[in-house]
Write a protein that binds this ligand. Sequence first.
Ligand code: AMP
Length: 114
Amino acid sequence: MKDCLFCKIIRREIPAKIVDENESCLAFKDIDPKAPVHILIIPKEHLGSTLDFSDENISLLAEMGLMSNSISRELGLNAGGYRWVINTGKDGGQAVDHLHLHLLGGRKMTWPPG
Ligand code: AMP
């Protein structure tokens, strides 16, 4: 997608602190972190949100999860745990219209989320 912020990060048209990459996914540090570790994991294929999951592309969710697991192991988050967040749409608090998994860790999370 030409004007999508995260597609531009994938194409290296705007800078990001990339922490992992494979054929299907990219992970980079959130520009405005809400926890000591705050990484966004995105599919390289442009999906607007979870609403775009289909039988054909749902395997991307597994790919995102596996990349998150690799990163959380690498960063030593697994002992204490961490939180995954995916915001969908206006009421879900989604600001960037390219599906992304937030990996948040390094502090104790509160519940319920806002
Ligand atoms: P969401 O509200 O779920 O759509 O989350 C969007 C996230 O993208 C927010 O946590 C932002 O801080 C983050 N973000 C926005 N622009 C950038 C950027 N250029 N590089 C890294 N993270 C970004």
